[in-house]
Design a binder for this molecule. Structure first.
Ligand code: EPU
Length: 414
């Protein structure tokens, strides 16, 4: 890609990857069909399709983001290492399979590019519901005749942990209360789907969720919420490249913290019911930020925001409070001319520094988006290697950016 072209025009936001993944797993809780709309056609969704397929579910991807899952009966109760290692979210099958079959085997995900990321809180909570958990040969093996409702307090806010328990508890015996639950919109979306399937979930989207277990769940149809991180990424792209764009098919209330922070940097943002108009200012101002669980500033926007801060006047601090090792993009940004100093969990960014195009390497999904944004703001040509990371969570980002006037091209499909 060659940087320096301001963006203009309209971009449409896809459905949320991180809402679609648990929604696909929720379909394992019933033998009836579950039809999901607005599912983004990204690689992680295909991977989840393979995970469900390995368990014996029929998964049909239709055109236009419609996916139908039918788990008439499960022929395997195992999420194998080959799949879990490529996508940690595969652990989301643990709760539903255990609740339905009384047994589940899931490979432990291990570390990943953004930190240790254990699943101990998922396991502790399932134990509280009466499951026996063992770890052997790299696999978690969980058993429970029937899960029982329980009072669960999460020590740390965990998104997929909350989702796993929400699914498990919806078919358990009696009432489960989740405290310090994740408030992310994706959790709320999962609860909406579960309720459409016949579950009794109350309070999703707040720190306390009550679930009254039911014997069985039925089929449903559900439209997945728009991707708030994709939305934020295009807002940041416009700020970095300059220009004025409209972001359509999004849900502004899901990204208030991002919108407010971007306004603080000088961006003009007008909110509509399902769209945002954004205009880049002549000068961007430095504004510090700390990533937090929702409704705080999302960690999934931290890398993209850092690029923006390299272009803003002044010194900003970015504190990553969710993951301990999510600064893999810093070294690549420095190679493009950024001034960033990392001290523990805080990055000090001094701007504005002109970025110059370079050959860089993506290390994870959001880091790869950050490098693309850096390329848009850089002088000369940038080549981002390992774009398969990008394809895990962004639907055709190259095409969408080209539609906004960016000079970007996919050299090779992975
Ligand atoms: N944690 C534990 N023990 C657990 C679970 C989590 O110590 O059992 C810690 C983690 O190590 C981390 C913190 O708690 O420090 C929060 O992790 P969380 O469990 O919330 O993360 P996650 O559920 O694995 C989801 C998203 C991530 C997103 C995080 C935080 C999905 C499929 N993934 O991960 O998305 O960064 O929440 O918001 O929903 C991405 O899309 O690029 C991505 C990484």
């Amino acid at each position: 890609m060659v940087g320096g072209r301001p963006l203009e025009g309209t971009v449409r936001i896809s459905g949320a990857k991180n809402a679609s993944l648990p929604a696909l797993c929720a379909a394992l809780l019933t033998d009836e069909p579950v039809r999901l709309r607005n599912v983004p056609e990204v690689r992680d969704i295909r991977t989840m399709g393979r995970v469900l397929g390995a368990l014996g579910a029929e998964v049909e991807f239709r055109v236009g983001g419609v996916v139908e899952v039918r788990a008439r009966n499960l022929t395997s109760l195992e999420a194998p290492y080959e799949l879990v290692k490529t996508m940690r979210a595969s652990v989301l099958v643990l709760g539903p399979v255990l609740a339905r079959e009384g047994r589940a085997r899931v490979s432990l995900p291990g570390g990943c590019a953004i930190g240790a990321r254990p699943i101990n809180l998922h396991l502790l909570a399932l134990e509280k519901m009466g499951a026996t958990i063992g770890v052997e040969h790299g696999y978690v093996e969980a058993r429970a005749e029937r899960l029982r409702g329980a009072e669960i307090y999460f020590d740390t806010v965990t998104v997929t942990g909350t989702e796993n328990l929400l699914m498990a508890a919806s078919r358990a015996e009696g009432e489960t209360v989740l405290r310090n639950a994740a408030c992310e919109p994706e959790v709320r979306d999962l609860a909406d789907l579960l309720n459409a399937m016949g579950a009794k979930v109350e309070g999703a989207g707040t720190p306390t969720i009550r679930i009254e277990g039911v014997r069985s769940l039925g089929g449903a149809e559900h439209r997945v919420i728009p991707d708030r991180v994709e939305t934020g990424t295009y807002l940041a792209a416009c700020a970095i490249a300059g220009g004025e764009i409209e972001v359509r098919d999004c849900h502004p209330p899901h990204l208030e913290a991002v919108i407010e922070k971007l306004r603080e940097t000088g961006l003009r943002i007008e909110e509509g019911p399902d769209n945002l108009r954004v205009r880049s200012p002549r000068t961007l101002h430095a504004a510090s930020v700390t990533t937090l669980p929702h409704p705080g500033f999302p960690t999934d926007m931290q890398a993209q925001y850092m690029v923006l801060m390299t272009q803003a006047a002044g010194v900003s601090t970015i504190t990553e409070s969710i993951f301990e090792n999510r600064y893999m993009h810093v070294a690549e940004l420095e190679r493009m001319g950024a001034h960033v100093r990392v001290e523990g969990r805080t990055a000090l960014v001094t701007g504005p520094t002109p970025l110059s195009g370079a050959q860089v390497m993506a290390t994870d999904l959001r880091a790869s988006a950050c490098l693309v944004l850096a390329g848009l703001g850089a002088r000369g040509e940038t080549i981002v290697d390992r774009v398969y990371h990008l394809d895990r969570g962004y639907y055709r980002i190259d095409e969408k950016l080209r539609g906004l006037g960016a000079d970007i091209e996919r050299i090779r499909w992975p």
